[in-house]
Design a binder for this molecule. Structure first.
Ligand SMILES: NC(=O)c1ccc[n+]([C@@H]2O[C@H](COP(=O)([O-])OP(=O)(O)OC[C@H]3O[C@@H](n4cnc5c(N)ncnc54)[C@H](OP(=O)(O)O)[C@@H]3O)[C@@H](O)[C@H]2O)c1
Length: 287
């Protein structure tokens, strides 16, 4: 399974010649960064794109997500996210903030209403290469007994998002669900990263100006993968897969500190996907 796009393709490239008239697409976090770039390209191709802001749909607040009324959607792009929140923060139901926002809020949004999705709908989950670094710690997902680490919490949430796509693919044959790593892009996502770390990553110069090391993408390139999964006819029927920053389906690898590409075994493990689904269902039901 190969697709005629590369890491340099833009969202507009992916949609060249595609008419999305009549399609209704919801993008979380669609007012900033990659989500905004995706929304623009999808609108240009004729889709009706709904981009609720955090004020209308706060994913960390399950009550708001449960009450959210949007329905009859052809696509949900679970794109909103927070990264490396410096201190351990909990939502009102006691979930660690990154896992709650990036994973649980999207779980509740996607599974919340029977009439949310039209037949044949596509679910797109925007994950990250960070899923390679840590899987879901089912013994202590909210860092109650282990020391909180902002990056481990982010990685866990991004592995959980891939498991969400895997779980939907296993349970919902009437829709498709895939996850994507957009690659590295300067956006508001880096708001919690201090200047020293940005410099160490080679992403900021001594004057505090952003620079683009090799491999960094523009927002339009970073949005290509999510748009491809959401709307390219080439993806019809493809489900339960993780696409890497080159916009190709990834190989399964052993997760850890080393690998730069691929999807970690713990991110696509069917048993972990089922276990996480049950954890999330219980949280939504009892909240
Ligand atoms: N940029 C990268 O290098 C990179 C790499 C790998 C993966 N990703 C993933 O790509 C996705 C998009 O990130 P981005 O780079 O475009 O970042 P961004 O510019 O910060 O956009 C993130 C969006 O998520 C929204 N959001 C955050 N918390 C929310 C909440 N509780 N409820 C509702 N919306 C919330 C933000 O809203 P506010 O504007 O109100 O904060 C913003 O619209 C994320 O899932 C991220 O993990 C990005």
């Amino acid at each position: 399974m190969t697709f005629p796009f590369t890491a340099r393709s833009t969202a507009a490239d992916v949609l060249a010649g595609v008419d999305l008239t009549g399609r209704r697409i919801l993008i979380t976090g669609g007012t900033s960064g990659l989500g905004r770039a995706a929304a623009e390209a999808l609108r240009d191709a004729g889709a009706e794109v709904v981009t609720p802001s955090r004020a209308e749909l706060d994913l960390a607040d399950l009550a708001q997500v449960k009450a959210y009324g949007e329905k009859d959607l052809d696509v949900i792009i679970a794109n909103a996210g927070v990264m490396a929140v410096p201190e351990r923060r909990l939502t009102p139901i006691g979930w660690e903030l990154q896992l709650a926002t990036n994973f649980l809020g999207h779980f509740a949004l996607i599974t919340g209403r029977r009439d949310r999705l039209r037949a044949g709908a596509r679910i797109v989950v925007v994950s990250s290469g960070a899923q390679l670094r840590a899987g879901v710690d089912f013994d202590d997902p909210h860092f109650e007994r282990r020391p909180y680490d902002p990056w481990t919490a982010y990685s866990q949430s991004k592995a959980a998002e891939v498991l969400l796509a895997v779980a939907i693919a296993r349970r919902r044959p009437e829709v498709t669900a895939n996850a994507v790593n957009p690659g590295r892009v300067h956006t508001n996502l880096q708001r919690h990263i201090d200047a020293a770390t940005m410099r160490a990553l080679g992403a900021m110069d001594d004057n505090g100006d952003l620079i683009h090391p090799e491999g960094y993408k523009t927002p339009e390139q970073g949005a290509a993968g999510e748009v491809m999964l959401a709307a390219s006819p080439l993806l019809t029927g493809v489900t339960g897969r993780y696409f890497d920053e080159d916009n190709q389906a990834a190989e399964v690898v052993a997760g850890g500190p080393e690998p730069m590409t691929g999807v970690a075994e713990w991110s696509v493990d069917p048993a972990a996907a089922d276990r996480l689904w049950e954890l999330a269902e219980r949280a939504v039901r009892t909240s």
